[in-house]
Ligand binder design. Sequence first.
Ligand code: IMP
Length: 189
Amino acid sequence: MTAAINLVADIGEVLVSEAEIAAKVADLGARIGADHGDRPLTLVSVLKGSLPFMADLMRAIPIPVRIDLMEVSSYGGTSTESSGLVRILKDLSASIEGEDVLIVEDIIDTGLTLNYLLRYLRGKKPRSLRICTLLDKPARRLVDIPVDYVGFTIPDQFVVGYGLDYGEFYRNLRFVGVLRPEVYSSPPE
Ligand code: IMP
């Protein structure tokens, strides 16, 4: 797969441009700041897909924030389908008890990953727990998730870029694009 990757030719369509992302991040950051007043906020990002969004969003929020990172992997699924079985690869590095927490996600698809994370983080007794996702794919939702901030609602297409991957590649694209189906019709090696 590595040799065949072509960052330009593999993208069928740009779904959300770099400029649209930048404008949305600025808007979300201002809203999040206004909603939290001067109470400090802890942003919890879920690696690896949320990395660019987290880096941009935290700088768009005009109130004091702390950040923490988790990494989860779903197992039992395929490269384009999540299974809902979640394994924690990296846990929080500090307690969130009594804190206002905002989960920063790249995309909510079936909602199974976030559903697991929500239950896990609620168990750590934060004062409040909210969710911000850059992308929402509601067509495939299997569980109801209370999402507080959504960047873009997108159709049921497999997308890459701005952190999102296929077989760990394409994360460094500056935009969100639809991967040509022929790229994932042959599974990654
Ligand atoms: P969910 O558990 O089905 O909501 O899936 C959540 C995770 O699946 C996301 O955090 C992504 O890592 C991955 N995912 C879902 N849809 C896409 C997509 O269109 N492109 C890349 N990754 C995706």
